[in-house]
Design a protein around this ligand. Structure first.
Ligand code: PLP
Length: 378
């Protein structure tokens, strides 16, 4: 048996949708881009959606339209993929990390205000594992200090906060369609917003900053602000549209698998489970657990390797962003700065979770984990 931690699910209808575009006149900048944007916006209850070449370029676009400039501070979480913070750095911004809650692993709203000063421009949250942050609490802080909220929803397409879809909450929400994410377009990303001005600027930003001026000539354009080529092709968008039709089915299966895991592990004192808040309906992009190492006589690395020997190829989400040499060199962060994120990281392993995982495979993972714990208890 060989079970990865995550995997896409591509079917014949996805393949047919891509082939259809390949035979058409538009490989990029065509109708499938608009259709994908409209479909995602409608699904998430956002007014506008702008497709990008990746979640990372979508983050760059979000920070750009928000007006992040040299020296501006963005309060964000160290427990995320580094792209959340990198996007602010691309614009000259300074990521100011704020520790997480030990039970949900999301940024701790109670600690955000202590990080805000006159240089702060935005709060950037990540819905870790797909579970929405406590958005009302964060919104209240943002409004009090006149800040905007960027939500890195790369894990959270299909998740709900108090019955509202992720993508309809923050000033700007970004999504990723990398193959390990809930649906894929190969590579790809999206920014969601209700702000028309932001949407217009995002479209310009992803296309070199080009603004057409037909009043001067049909060919004429100007670049007032520097943009990039961050476009997503119609080929990618066709795959995304086809995958989106299956999103609810994928999410239902992910929730079913997580329920099985949580049930199976809940009475094992050596395992610390992630908590799902009552306000959250989580699409579960990943399933991270912690092994309480004080109760075990093996290390996290040994557990990880034993699982791999049994064909269970896990991951760890994430090495905290403030551990990255770039962040330490550039901003002076060091180990010890965010003890809750660090303690979680030391004990964390992400177990396999993807919709195509069978009940037998889930059972095999559960039994293997239990067996490793049983022979290595303190
Ligand atoms: C995947 C991911 C990204 C980046 O998305 P790409 O499409 O790979 O560029 C950003 N943030 C988080 C939290 C992610 O998981």
């Amino acid at each position: 048996m060989l079970i990865p931690y995550g995997k896409q699910w591509i079917s014949d209808d996805d393949i047919a949708a891509v082939v259809e575009v390949l035979k058409s006149d538009w490989l990029t900048c065509g109708p499938k881009v608009d259709e994908f944007e409209r479909s995602i916006a409608d699904y998430c209850n956002a007014k506008y959606a702008v497709a990008f070449s990746s979640g990372t370029s979508a983050l760059h676009g979000a920070y750009f339209v928000l007006g992040i400039k040299k020296g501006d501070e963005v309060v964000t979480t160290p427990m995320t993929f580094s792209a959340t913070a990198n996007g602010a750095v691309y614009c000259g911004g300074i990521p100011v990390f704020c520790d997480i809650k030990s039970d949900t692993l999301n940024i701790d709203p109670a600690k955000i205000e202590g990080k805000i000063n006159f240089k702060t421009k935005a709060i950037a949250i990540t819905d870790f594992a797909g579970q929405p942050c406590d958005f009302d609490a964060i919104k209240e802080i943002a409004e009090k200090h006149n800040l905007l909220v960027v939500e890195d929803g790369a894990h959270a397409l299909g998740s709900e906060y108090k019955g509202k879809k992720v993508g309809s909450l923050a000033d700007l929400t970004i999504l990723s369609f990398h193959p390990v994410k809930t649906i894929t377009s190969g590579e790809g990303g999206m920014v969601l917003t209700d702000n028309e001005q932001f949407a217009r600027k995002l479209k310009t930003f992803r296309h070199h900053g080009i603004v057409k001026k037909p009043e001067i000539g049909p060919w004429y354009y100007e670049i007032e602000e520097l943009g990039y080529n961050y476009r997503l092709t119609d080929i990618h968008c066709a795959l995304g549209i086809s995958q989106l039709k299956k999103l609810d089915k994928f999410v239902a299966r992910r929730r079913e698998i997580v329920k099985k895991y949580q049930e199976a592990f809940k009475d094992i004192p050596e395992i610390i489970l992630i908590k799902e808040e009552s306000f959250a309906k989580t699409a579960w992009h990943i399933y991270p657990v912690q092994f309480d190492l004080a109760k075990l006589k093996i290390s996290r690395k040994e557990i990880f390797e034993k699982l791999a020997e049994k064909g269970i190829k896990c991951q760890v989400h994430y090495v905290p962003v403030h551990y990255m040499p770039f962040y330490q060199k550039t901003f002076g962060y060091k180990k010890g700065d965010f003890p809750i994120a660090e303690k979680y990281y030391d004990q964390a392993i992400t177990l396999p979770l993807f919709p195509k995982l069978t009940d037998e495979e889930v059972e095999y993972v559960i039994e293997t984990v239990k067996e490793i714990i049983n022979v290595n208890k303190n």
